[in-house]
Design a protein around this ligand. Sequence first.
Ligand SMILES: C[S@@+](CC[C@H](N)C(=O)[O-])C[C@H]1O[C@@H](n2cnc3c(N)ncnc32)[C@H](O)[C@@H]1O
Length: 356
Amino acid sequence: MSSKASGAKRPSRPPSSASASSSSSSQDSQNTVARADQGGLVLRKLQAALLKHTSPEQSLLNCIREACAPTLSSPDFEAKIRKIKQLFFVRDFGGIFNDPELVPAYSAEYIPGRALCYRELFTAHDELRQVLLKDQGHVFALGAGAGSELVGLVSAMLGIDKFATYMQKRTAASAAADEIPGSEAEKRKLPRLTLHLQDIADYSCVLQPLEAAMRTHYRLPETRLTIESSVFDILDESPEAKALLLAHLSKATLVTAMFILNELLANNKKDCVRLVTQLVRETAVGSLLLVVDSAGSFSEVKVGQGNYMIYHLLDSIQGLEVVLKADSQWYRFPEDLNYPLRLNNMRYFLRLYRRV
Ligand SMILES: C[S@@+](CC[C@H](N)C(=O)[O-])C[C@H]1O[C@@H](n2cnc3c(N)ncnc32)[C@H](O)[C@@H]1O
């Protein structure tokens, strides 16, 4: 990424590539992300109470398993996963995401861990919960066709309106704090969120059954949550693609870039810098940008003679204020979860920026 990008300045604290990717103790000191705030613990308890017979995590996995059942049971599933892994190894991302045969297999294998992690993020932190509770909120999720953002955010929304009512009452000290009210949420006007899942690849064969499973299990009506999707290249400079991108950026209350910026940088630095510049220039003041990506050397960028982690470059952009940050964070899924494929713990970096 070039420091010539509009609004960007050179990172003031360039790490060596070794310390950036291997020293977890020094990195932990860079974390301002607590595991979960008090509200996160309350929401988690409420969700578990609403689900009764299963944990929030298992319920999420059940939805993915149900939606991906035909893919998971197909005889060539394992061969497809092997092919995907080979393509990842040589960083041929297009080879995976442009192949409609591989896309459903990719989702079945890769979205469970990420969705669990995103669910945790959106329940654990007040800044992210508030996004789900905003009236007329618009989440624009880049490179999100595979379904992790859909499943993670929708499962984080379970009971969140009741939770918000409860927290308001508790803060106002106007009600006893030892009981979660049942009907209070219905009395006030419910917020309405639009979740727009954007991707260069067409994942509709995955997104439709995922949405159906999530709506059935979580009983989220259209009036509370609208789910949209679009297929276009966010780096495309054609007037149509640019207009689409800018329209979403300008109305977004949150833009997410989960496991995509690093891939875009690897493919085309110049275009990626242009995209980041647009993200800053075209979003409204006060809106948020959430970036989550690999905490390992995959996220390193070569600038001049040095290697930098991509978040150091993002941190240095004028117009973005860091709200939450973690240079190296683990998502460790709870034991005793049941999914037909192996679940992997995930190490990631996180940045939540506010446009100022
Ligand atoms: C590693 S996957 C991450 C998927 C998802 N965000 C998640 O966290 O599970 C990267 C996604 O970015 C999409 N992608 C790659 N280049 C893109 C581009 N230029 N425009 C839009 N989407 C792109 C791919 O199709 C793929 O679905």
